[in-house]
Write a protein that binds this ligand. Structure first.
Ligand SMILES: [Zn+2]
Length: 453
C-alpha cells in the first residue's frame, strides 16, 4: 500500500469507484464527512456508481480484528508521518481463512475490518493510505490484483483448492462455503477469485520454464481441451522437479517455444510436433498396445505383423530391464542387431499396406525408429510416458466436469494454477500456503516469491 496524495478530486473518485465495483466489498461506515475533499469529486464516470448496490456481498460480520492502514510518508514533503492525528477516511470488510495452526486444527473464518487513514502533515499536506494494487501480466487482460477485496488471501487459496484440486464447480464451491462456513459468496466473486489467483502466480511461469529447461529428462504429452467451442490442447511438460501446463493449439509452435534451449532427453508420444527434437524417446507402452491390438486382429496378415512387432519389442523390453540390474557385456543395440534389422524390414514391407492399422504402425515405427530404440544404448531411461500421462489424468477429469474453459484468459488461469499446484506437490509442499502468500504479496504490489524448492 502506498501513500496517496489527498485533496485531488480525481483520486478521491478513483478510491470510491474501486469501492463501488460490483464484486468488491463496499466501504464500511468510514466517516465520509471527514473524508470528503474540499473540491467536488470528478464528473460521474460510466459504469456502476459509488454507492450503487453491489451483487457480491450481502453479509456483514462482526470483525475479529481491525487493521489500520496509515500513510508512512507525506506525499507533499516526504517527511515520515506518525499515526497521531490520523483520521479514517474509508475502509472495507474482508473475510479470510485461518487454517493449519497445529495448536488449533480446523478452518476458521477470520473477518478483518480494514481502515484507511489520512494524516495531516506540518507542511499542510494531507496524505492518505490506499489499498495496494498489483501489476497484472498483459496476457491476463481484465483481471485486477488489489487488496480491496472481500475474499482474503487464505480464503482465496481454499477456493482454488476446492476448484482445481477437488474439482468442484463454481456452484459447488459456493454451496460448500455457504453450508460449511456460513459464507455467502456469489458465483461472480468465486470466479473473480480464481482469475486473480492465476494472475498472482503468472510471474512463476519464467521460473517453471527454466526448471523445464534445466531438466535432464522431460516427459511431454497433450490432451484435448475445449475453449468455448474451439478444440485446443492441454500440454504438459514434466520432470522430477517441475510440471508445466499450457492450453494451446496442437501445432509445433508451443513445443518449439518451450523447448528452446532444452538439451535433455524428451519422452513423448508420436505426435509430429515433437519429431524435430533430436534427443527424443518414445513411449513403448503405446507401441506395445498397438502391436498387441494387431496381433489379435481378425485379419491374418495384420495378425502376423502384430506378432512380428510385439515379439521383438517384448524381448527388448526384457533386455532393458535386465540391463538396469547390471550393464550388459555389449550394447543392447549391437546385441539385438539382427532382430532390429528383421523388424525394420518387416515395417518397410508393410508401410504401404492397405490395412489401415498395419500401415499406421509400420509408418510410426519407421518415422520414430531412432527415438524408439534410443534407450537400447541408455537402458536407465524410462520406457513409458506414464509420468506425463498421470499428470494429465487429474485435469482430464476436471475437463469432463467443467467442459473446458470459455476464454483464453480462463485457459491461461487454469494452466498457471495447475502448474503451480502440481509443482509444489511434487516438491513435497502444500500449494496452498504458497498461493496464500502469492496472492497477498501480489495484491500489495510486491514481487511473487520463488516457488518452494
Ligand atoms: Zn509534508
Amino acid at each position: 500500500m502506498g501513500p496517496v496524495e489527498s485533496g485531488t478530486g480525481e483520486q478521491f473518485a478513483a478510491a470510491e469507484q474501486s469501492a463501488g465495483g460490483a464484486l468488491e466489498p463496499k466501504p464500511t461506515e468510514a466517516k465520509p464527512a471527514e473524508a470528503k475533499p474540499a473540491k467536488t469529486p470528478a464528473a460521474r464516470k460510466p459504469g456502476k456508481q459509488p454507492g450503487a448496490r453491489g451483487i457480491g456481498r450481502t453479509q456483514v460480520f462482526q470483525a475479529h480484528e481491525e487493521r489500520p492502514h496509515y500513510p508512512a510518508v507525506c506525499a507533499g514533503c516526504g517527511r515520515s508521518l506518525e499515526p497521531a492525528g490520523a483520521v479514517a477516511y474509508t475502509g472495507f470488510q474482508a473475510v479470510d481463512l485461518r487454517w493449519d495452526d497445529p495448536a488449533r486444527p480446523g478452518l476458521t473464518l477470520w473477518v478483518v475490518d480494514h481502515r484507511y487513514y489520512e494524516i495531516p502533515c506540518a507542511c499542510g499536506h494531507r496524505t492518505r493510505a490506499a489499498a495496494g494494487q498489483g501489476v497484472v501480466d498483459p496476457l491476463l487482460g481484465g483481471i485486477e490484483l488489489r487488496e480491496w477485496r472481500l475474499v482474503g488471501p487464505g480464503l482465496a487459496a481454499l477456493i482454488v483448492a476446492l476448484s482445481y484440486r477437488f474439482r468442484l464447480s463454481r456452484a459447488r464451491v459456493r454451496e460448500f462455503l455457504a453450508e460449511w462456513l456460513g459464507l455467502d459468496l456469489s458465483i461472480g466473486t468465486i470466479h473473480q477469485t480464481l482469475h486473480e489467483a492465476g494472475a498472482a502466480v503468472a510471474p512463476a511461469e519464467e521460473e517453471l520454464v527454466q526448471a523445464v529447461l534445466d531438466s535432464a529428462l522431460l516427459h511431454a504429452d497433450e490432451t484435448s481441451w475445449p475453449e468455448h467451442g474451439h478444440l485446443l490442447w492441454l500440454w504438459v511438460f514434466r520432470s522430477v522437479t517441475v510440471t508445466l501446463y499450457y492450453v494451446a493449439g496442437r501445432g509445433k509452435e508451443l513445443v518449439t517455444n518451450v523447448l528452446d534451449g532444452f538439451t535433455g532427453w524428451l519422452m513423448s508420444d508420436g505426435w509430429g510436433s515433437y519429431r524435430d527434437y533430436p534427443r527424443r524417446l518414445r513411449c513403448w507402452a503405446h507401441l506395445i498396445r498397438k502391436a498387441r491390438g494387431l496381433a489379435q486382429s481378425g485379419d491374418r496378415n495384420a495378425r502376423a505383423f502384430g506378432r512380428l512387432v510385439l515379439d521383438p519389442l517384448e524381448a527388448l523390453m526384457a533386455a532393458v530391464y535386465a540391463a538396469r540390474e547390471g550393464p550388459p557385456p555389449v550394447d543392447l543395440a549391437t546385441q539385438h542387431a539382427s532382430a532390429l534389422t528383421a523388424l525394420r524390414a518387416a515395417c518397410e514391407r508393410r508401410q504401404h499396406s492397405d490395412h489401415a492399422k498395419t500401415h499406421a504402425l509400420a509408418v510410426e515405427l519407421l518415422n520414430d525408429w531412432d527415438a524408439i530404440f534410443q534407450m537400447l544404448s541408455h537402458p536407465e531411461l524410462p520406457l513409458t510416458n506414464n509420468e506425463a500421462e498421470r499428470a494429465l489424468r487429474h485435469w482430464v477429469i476436471l475437463r469432463k466436469l467443467s467442459l473446458g474453459t470459455r476464454t483464453p484468459v480462463g485457459s491461461r488461469v487454469v494452466a498457471l494454477l495447475a502448474s503451480v499446484i502440481d509443482t509444489c506437490r511434487q516438491r513435497g509442499h502444500t500449494p496452498w500456503r504458497y498461493l496464500e502468500r502469492a496472492i497477498a504479496d501480489r495484491r500489495a504490489g510486491l514481487p511473487l516469491a520463488a516457488l518452494p524448492q
